[in-house]
Design a protein around this ligand. Structure first.
Ligand code: CP3
Length: 353
């Protein structure tokens, strides 16, 4: 400015979060990095508000918990604190998440009449706190990182509501799939319509990328994945791309090594790999149009600092330059030393291609 006054140093927010530039394959100096379910003071809030639903359905708590890792580690992605089951109560499927037991569906869905009871999800009516929290997060993070929303994929949601909770053998949903496929398809279609709507709602309220969790789709053999998961994932991606063509969609499935080529067929922008596949092989099998995320074994964070550094460098080298988001192959494991998490971020951010 004129007149010789010294201007206050201004904090100018980045034009665009690094994560979004990297996903498009444009030039970036390093891979963006973020982690899921970071440790730290989250435990204190758990003690103060023992119910998961209380923690995840109150705007102030959702914002506070979502921002904890941001304040400590400054990751390139800030994920909304919520759960893939959160929308279920808005679809007439009462549930709880019980400490030490996990998700509990009060009346598991087992037949056509149960599926008929599932109502259409209207996010602005059922989960207004999600939109409000995302709006606040977006303002707080101010484009210095990408605000990430997420949803459960139809098959994975169906597995919870049919099994009644977490499952080992998935026998109830497989009984339904293999003896009354029409009933399961009707349920999957309801979840598909609702989750496409939910992704758009999250984007309209501030989410800059949305991750779809099909955690249990890999319990299906490839031929069954092609019937009970792939078409619905494709429908969601197509529907979202029509109204939100620039919203990056990330897909995660646990143990997805046998399905990678099929995961690319969904049309998502990013596939998040677990650690049972080699990054270089995963990259090659997914093809050049898909960005990659994840792949570092969460257990690596129990190793020495030198070991952690080596594994980060190995993953970054195998992923190649660009279209790579550095992350673990799943969330942080309880008991992970916080100083190792700090080291992970420090090393990740010092990388230069
Ligand atoms: O970094 C973050 O804050 C991530 C937020 C997040 C949660 N759940 C919070 C949560 C995300 C992205 C999820 C997704 C989710 N929820 C998935 C897909 C990801 C995956 O793990 O494959 C699935 C399958 C669920 C269902 C679910 N919710 C399970 C299996 C559990 C664990 C139950 C247990 O006792 O271990 C939950 C509960 C849950 N969701 C917790 C958190 C932090 C832990 C319980 C708690 O804090 O009370």
């Amino acid at each position: 400015s004129l007149g010789g006054t010294v201007a206050e140093p201004q904090v100018v927010s980045a034009a665009e979060p690094l994560l979004l530039t990297a996903v498009r394959g444009e030039n970036v100096e390093r891979p963006p990095v973020w982690l899921m379910r970071q440790a730290g003071s989250y435990q204190i809030i758990c003690e103060k508000y023992p119910s998961f639903r209380e923690r995840s359905e109150n705007v102030d708590l959702v914002v506070e918990i979502s921002l904890q890792p941001w304040k400590v580690f400054k990751p390139d992605g800030v994920i909304l604190f919520s759960d893939i089951l959160t929308p279920l109560s808005g679809m007439n499927i009462p549930f709880d998440i019980v400490k030490g037991k996990g998700p509990v569906i009060f009346s598991p869905l087992r037949e056509a009449a149960d599926v008929d009871q599932v109502t259409e999800f209207v996010p602005e009516e059922s989960v207004p706190y999600v939109g409000e929290a995302l709006t606040i997060l977006r303002k707080e993070v101010n484009n210095e990182a990408a605000v990430l929303g997420f949803v459960g994929a139809p098959f994975t949601l169906a597995s919870y509501v049919v099994e009644g909770g977490s499952s080992k053998h998935f026998s109830k949903i497989k009984r339904l799939a293999f003896s009354q496929p029409k009933v399961l398809h009707a349920l999957l279609q309801k979840f598909t319509d609702s989750m496409a709507k939910y992704i758009k709602y999250q984007a309209d309220n501030g989410a800059q990328a949305v991750q779809i969790f099909d955690s249990w789709a890999t319990e299906l053999s490839p031929v069954d994945f092609e019937e009970f998961s792939l078409p619905y994932l494709k429908q969601i991606v197509d529907s979202v791309k029509k109204t939100h063509p620039n919203l990056p969609l990330i897909l995660y499935a646990s143990g997805s090594g046998g399905l990678l080529e099929r995961l690319s067929l969904t049309g998502v922008d990013v596939v998040s790999l677990d650690w049972t596949v080699d990054m270089a092989e995963g990259r090659r099998r997914l093809g050049p149009n898909v960005a990659v995320q994840g792949n570092v074994d969460p257990g690596v964070l129990f190793g020495s600092k030198e070991f952690i550094t080596n594994r980060i460098n190995d993953t970054v080298r195998k992923a190649g330059k660009g279209k790579h988001i550095l992350n673990l192959g799943h969330g942080i494991v309880v008991g992970t030393p916080e100083e190792n998490v700090a080291h992970f971020f420090e090393v990740a951010k010092s990388i230069r291609y």
